[in-house]
Design a protein around this ligand. Structure first.
Ligand code: ZN
Length: 468
């Protein structure tokens, strides 16, 4: 351990290697406020060359590293273990280029997502990747975890928005694949190996993103529905009639709607309580007057056909923002609902309604007094849930038992235990619930080929026996 620190100091300068108290709590704390061990060193490289030097030295010494971005991930994929060297990409920030002909934006890994969104907008484009942590998450982390978010229905996950990457491999090799072309079938699509692999196969240092035309109109509504079957009907009804502009379709079960409208300060209730489900819709188009007329007509016909029971259509940007706040306030929930355990799962969309009922029944039977809320990006089959035990002492909160219950129900339905948050350390024990032994063995083979000494983010994703 002393050797690797000395080698890093002699290659990059003593001041480049932070140790002990020089490492702030930010690098060892997750978004839930839980603390992790202090790494043996924190490196904050300023260039791809420095990342390459750090990895070459760490690989020579068999020294595990944990790459860190904006530290907003929910599965502890960037949380250090005691013996790790942490590598924060925070100094590698900035937009290198916007190519208006190609419709691409090239940025360094440590650039906050919101900075990228604003730069794209200033150039007349849309960066379609969007999620609640936009102000603090980094694009490198978004790519490494294949982030999802609110607009996946229309634009896809991070994976669908990345055209090129620069990645540093375990031994310090720099893989420059800064492709800007939508069509490029020259053999294996190597970038996909690094997207969503949470820094276990390489460290992303630069990203080429595909941009989209900037929408000129936004139509937003909150609808109330009787049951989940009606939610699916509304999705098909809206998708078929909104000419490809439907961009978000967020469902909220009444327990979630009640919590957000009654317990989070500053939120109002646009529709009455007591409906079976609520859906927030967003359509992004090109002409506010024309698009709004069509949007209103689509909702009017949904009401006429009995698909929806009620609707509130946003009359201003401000009102649309207040509807969205019901969905985005989830980040404030921990303040009012501690202790709780959160879930991010996928279930084939037609089974989602019954799945929520099964979860409620299992939680009611196994954890008397527990409260739960359900919401999510239903059009993507993605459900979020949170389970809370009022008055429970955090140390005795039965997190693992609740996880076993919910993930067991996911496994029975061949669903995914991680829709968009990744695996990290937190979901690692449940990987086999959603992946076959053959799939896990192939992941191990790929890991072994790219990182034979197992230095890249060990302890994440793969079972310990094969990840070292
Ligand atoms: Zn989500």
């Amino acid at each position: 351990m002393e050797d690797v620190i000395r080698a890093l100091e002699s290659a990059l300068g003593k001041e480049a290697v932070l140790t002990g108290d020089e490492i702030g709590a930010r690098y060892t704390t997750n978004p839930r406020g839980e603390s992790f061990p202090i790494p043996i060193a924190l490196m904050r490289p300023r260039s791809t060359g420095e990342v390459a030097t750090i990895l070459r030295i760490c690989n020579e010494h068999g020294q595990p590293v944990v790459p860190q971005g904006g530290l907003t991930g929910l599965c502890d994929g960037a949380s250090p273990r005691g013996g790790d060297v942490a590598i924060s990409l925070e100094r590698m920030s900035g937009i290198e280029e916007i190519d208006t002909a190609a419709g691409t934006l090239t940025a360094f890994a440590g650039t906050p997502l919101q900075t990228i969104q604003e730069a794209a907008q200033a150039a007349g484009f849309l960066c379609a990747l969007d999620l609640g942590a936009r102000g603090s998450c980094f694009i490198g982390g978004n790519v490494s975890t294949n982030a999802g978010g609110n607009r996946v229905l229309r634009y896809g996950m991070a994976r669908d928005l990345v055209l090129g990457l620069e990645v540093v491999l375990a031994d310090g090799t720099v893989l420059r694949s800064l492709n800007k072309m939508i069509k490029n079938n020259t053999g294996y699509d190597l970038k996909q190996l690094f997207i969503g692999s949470e820094g276990t196969l390489g460290i992303v240092t630069r990203v080429v993103l595909r941009l989209h035309p900037l929408p000129a109109s936004t139509c937003t509504a909150l609808c109330a529905l009787r049951d989940f079957d009606r939610v699916i009907e509304l999705l098909r009804h809206a998708q078929g009639r909104l000419a490809g502009t439907l961009s978000a379709f967020e469902a909220m079960w009444p327990d979630y709607y009640d919590l957000m409208t009654t317990r989070i300060p500053g939120n109002s209730a646009p529709l009455a309580a007591g409906h079976g489900l609520y859906v927030l819709l967003d359509a992004l188009g090109v002409d506010q007057a024309v698009d709004q007329e069509r949007f209103d007509a689509v909702l009017a016909s949904a009401l006429e056909k009995g698909i929806i029971e009620d609707a509130a259509i946003a009359q201003s940007e401000q009102q649309a923002a207040s509807f969205w706040k019901l969905r985005d306030s989830v980040s404030e929930m921990s303040k009012y609902w501690y202790p709780y355990v959160g879930f991010d799962v996928s279930i084939p969309v037609g089974q989602l309604g019954a799945f929520v009922e099964a979860c409620r029944a299992a939680i009611g039977a196994g954890f008397p007094g527990a409260e739960s809320v359900f919401f999510g990006h239903v059009a993507d089959s993605n459900l979020h849930a949170s389970v809370h035990l009022p008055g429970a002492d955090a140390a005795r909160f039965p997190k693992r038992e609740i996880e076993n219950t919910i993930y067991g129900l996911v496994r029975e339905r061949q669903g995914s235990i991680s829709a968009e948050h990744g695996i990290g350390m937190r979901k690692k024990p449940f990987l086999e619930y959603s992946r076959t032994p053959e799939e896990i063995r192939l992941m191990q083979t790929i890991k072994q080929a790219l990182d034979p000494k197992g230095i890249l983010n060990p302890g994440k994703i793969l079972p310990d026996s094969i990840a070292q």
